[in-house]
Structure formats: C-alpha cells, structure tokens
Design a protein around this ligand. Structure first.
Ligand code: RP5
Length: 163
C-alpha cells in the first residue's frame, strides 16, 4: 500500500484469482489518494477470517468495504451480514457463466441487509472504487475536489470524432 495512513476502504475478494478484476478498483483508489487495504477473504474457504474481518472493520476505522467474488459469490452478502458499514459488491466474471452467476448471487439480497451491487468485472471494480470515493468525499473536501477533477479529466479525454 502506498499510503501510510490507516486504511479507509477495505477491498476484499474471495480468491487470488479475483485480483485480476479487483486491482482495477485499487488502482483508482491509489489515483485518488484514498488509503485502502486489499485482502483475500473467502466466504466459503475462510469463513472465520470473513467474520473476524467484517466484525472488526468499523472499529479498525474502515468506512467502506468493497467485496468482489465470482460464482457462488456469497462474500459481499455475508460481509454485509456482519457489519453495518456500506458494502459494495463486485461480481467477478466466472469462466462458465460469464459472471451472471456472480451478479445474481450478489444482487438478490433480502430486505434489511443491503449490498450495493455493481456491474460484472472491471467496470464494477472501478465504479465500486468511485462510489467509495463519493461516500468518503461527503466528509472530505479535498477528496471531493480530486473526484471532481477525475471526472473532468475523463470528460475532456473523450474525443468527438472516432479514429
Ligand atoms: C469464488 O470462487 C472466488 O471469488 C472466485 O471468483 C471463484 C473461483 O475461485 P478460485 O477457484 O479461482 O480460487 O470464491
């Protein structure tokens, strides 16, 4: 992690294989100078690690959790079951069902335990980071400026004429 300050965003994923997707969000958090941590936490293979991560997240100073998983993607939902911090879920594209299984596993939470579900794959990872930034920017004026600048740069980078 490039930032020395305590992490504000926890980026968790079910497997090392999810990093290929989740690193896109982490790169954006770094670009916006948001302190974060990235951890492998599996709802199925390391359930105790998940419980302890989610239950301690608030007291450790995290403000937002981004959880990415594929297939039977229970990580975001089970994380949300253990914490009342905002949880954004990123459906990782699975080999067999192209991430539709991941999406449906994450999005259909029962009323009372919310997960903000993003798009499948890289777009979801990037937008989860941007949503985390928006949440943090509500109480951080400097970050709000960086977020606006990011959007302005993005707008300016779109050519009018295709080549
Ligand atoms: C899920 O199973 C992970 O989130 C990952 O997307 C998927 C496959 O995991 P690996 O078999 O690649 O470790 O738990």
């Amino acid at each position: 992690m490039k930032h020395n300050s305590a992490p504000l965003v926890g980026v968790i994923m079910g497997s090392q294989s999810d990093w290929e997707t989740m690193h896109h969000g982490c790169e954006l958090l770094e670009k916006l100078a948001i302190p974060y941590e990235a951890r492998i936490v599996s709802a199925h293979r390391t359930p105790d690690r998940l419980a302890s991560y989610a239950k301690s997240a608030h007291d450790r100073g995290l403000k937002v959790i981004i959880a990415g998983a594929g297939g039977a993607a229970h990580l975001p939902g089970m994380c949300a079951a253990w914490t009342s911090l905002p949880v954004f879920g990123v459906p990782v594209e699975s080999r067999s069902l192209k991430g539709q299984d991941s999406l449906l596993s994450i999005v259909q939470m029962p009323a009372g335990v919310p997960v903000g579900t993003l798009a499948i794959g890289r777009a979801g990872a990037v937008n989860a980071a941007l949503l985390a930034a928006s949440v943090l920017a509500l109480s951080d004026a400097e970050l709000a400026k960086r977020l606006i600048a990011y959007r302005e740069t993005q707008t300016a980078s779109v050519a009018e004429v295709p080549v």
